[in-house]
Design a binder for this molecule. Structure first.
Ligand code: DX5
Ligand code: ZN
Length: 228
């Protein structure tokens, strides 16, 4: 599968969201960070903004819910128009039931792991998911430095995906840039969220294309992709 680049609108101008979404229309997905000031110490946007955004762009929405009680709220994001909904493993009371509900409502189901959460306890749940998100910063803010210590977890997750023959996308989020994207791809990621690296660039659409080219080149040379 080709590398996918998902710009995060957390780094966009929130007063001009429709224009900012249009500025990256060549991207694969638009990453929408939902924060509730409880699961993370920051507050962003909710269902009504996702509804409006889904009408304002043709790019499918990849909603990353950094909220408590996703079991209760996540299905509303599917109804609001999200094509993919990610809940956090640390916050979900019943991740299997929730993933099945998201899929049944017609979106891709995805689960995220904070840096200190290991993948191994979730090995048996992976077939229930369409994507796994490995956070490469502590969630809550854009513009943080990439955590290299997450690379072994990305590698181990890619091994699990291959061992079980799963069609699971592996997303990385946090500090992904021209300086770090190749390391992520080499380790096994195939979906890349980039906030400041895209919206901080002079030409966001060109930044998306350039990040994708870098990721695809690094993937082509990666041992995990060659063996596939
Ligand atoms: C952080 C968010 C990220 C953030 C990434 O908690 O989940 O999606 O927007 O921003 P950068 O790419 O600037 O680290
Ligand atoms: Zn995110």
């Amino acid at each position: 599968m080709a590398a996918q680049i998902n710009p995060s609108i957390l780094s966009a101008d929130f007063a001009r969201l429709a224009e900012e979404a249009k500025a990256v229309e060549g991207a694969d997905w638009l990453h929408v960070d939902v924060m509730d000031n409880h699961f993370v110490p920051n507050l962003t946007l909710g269902v009504p903004v996702v509804e409006s955004l889904s009408r304002a762009t043709h790019t499918p929405l990849d909603c990353h819910l950094m909220i408590e009680d996703p079991d209760r709220w996540a299905p509303q994001y599917v109804e609001a128009g999200a094509g993919s909904v990610t809940f956090h493993a640390e916050a979900a009371a019943a991740p299997v039931r929730l993933a099945r509900e998201i899929r049944a409502k017609g979106a891709r189901a995805s689960m995220a792991l904070k840096p200190a959460t290991p993948i191994e306890p979730y090995e048996d749940l992976l077939p229930e998911l369409d994507m796994l998100l490995i956070m490469t910063v502590e969630p809550g803010f854009g513009g943080q430095a990439f955590l290299d210590i997450m690379l072994p977890k990305i590698r181990r997750t890619r091994e699990l995906i291959q061992r079980h023959g799963l069609e699971l996308w592996l997303q990385v989020d946090g500090g992904v840039s021209a300086q770090t994207i190749e390391r992520c791809a080499e380790a096994g990621a195939d979906v890349f969220v980039a906030g400041s690296a895209v919206y901080g660039a002079q030409d966001p659409a060109a930044a998306v294309r350039s990040l994708r080219a870098q990721a695809e080149q690094a993937t082509a040379a990666a041992p995990w992709a060659c063996a596939h």
